[in-house]
Write a protein that binds this ligand. Structure first.
Ligand code: GLP
Length: 237
């Protein structure tokens, strides 16, 4: 895993440069996008580049990383809606370029069908991943096996606290997520973290043992992964 530390105000531009590189592919390209606060500045920059005619998003198939279970993808707090709001609508992607969990299926069928869709498509050229305060990636919470495929996890206490702190009192207690094993098959992985509140977990990810207790450490063994940090998230390294 390569580690790149950048100034706070350069974070969105530098992350966008990687994404732009994949947007420029001449063939269809499959990209997994995380929701969350970490990439919102980056996604705004991608929308700006699209509006300025600087990128061509026509070859991209956009896959949602994870989702709260038991809610429709149109639910205002769904990960899909968050991605639509911050990225997909600004890029004017038609619905056939947007792939996510089928909310009309049972949860385990939705996980299995999504896993099949990803694998049969050939996996991701690029996965853009955030990191939770407990080191989770997607909804792969601490203790998730590194060879996990797309599944239906119970959400960790810290993940629930975060949803409650954001005013979502009856947030689902389970989710849907691409597995660590599924994501490890991505050709390139860009893990992103910004802000001082991520500094402790980043120090553990970089300097601690590789362990299923901290899911993001799996990517230290990925052949082409980047941990992109702003100076605040890197302040305890
Ligand atoms: C959430 C999401 C993850 C996200 C992570 C970090 O629980 N399920 O996909 O990457 O937590 O979120 P944030 O970027 O807001 O810190």
């Amino acid at each position: 895993m390569r580690i790149q530390v950048v100034p706070v105000d350069a974070f969105a531009t530098i992350a966008s440069d990687t994404i732009t590189h994949y947007f420029s592919a001449e063939q269809d390209v499959r990209i997994c996008f995380t929701s969350g606060k970490t990439p919102t500045g980056t996604y705004a920059e991608m929308v700006r580049r699209h509006q300025a005619g600087e990128v061509n998003a026509g070859k991209v198939h956009a896959f949602t990383l994870d989702e709260y279970a038991g809610i429709a993808k149109t639910h205002p707090r769904s990960c899909f809606q968050s991605l639509s709001q911050h990225l997909y609508s600004g890029l004017e992607w038609p619905t056939h370029q947007l792939l996510t969990y089928d909310d009309s299926l049972s949860l385990s069928d939705a996980a299995d069908a999504y896993e099949r869709m990803v694998v049969e498509a050939g996996g991701f050229e690029l996965s853009i991943l955030g990191i939770g305060l407990n080191g989770h990636v997607g909804f792969n919470e601490p203790g998730t096996p590194f060879d996990s495929r797309t599944h239906v996890p119970k959400l960790a206490e810290t993940t629930m606290q975060r949803a409650h702190a954001e005013g979502w009192d009856d947030a689902p207690t389970i989710g849907l997520t691409l597995g660590i094993g599924t994501l490890m098959e991505s050709k390139h992985v860009m893990l992103m973290a910004n802000g001082r509140h991520k500094a402790d977990i980043i120090a553990r990810i970089v300097n601690g043992d590789i362990s299923e207790d901290i899911p993001a450490t799996a990517f230290r063994d990925h052949p082409d992964s980047l941990l992109l940090l702003d100076e605040e998230a890197a302040s305890r390294l």
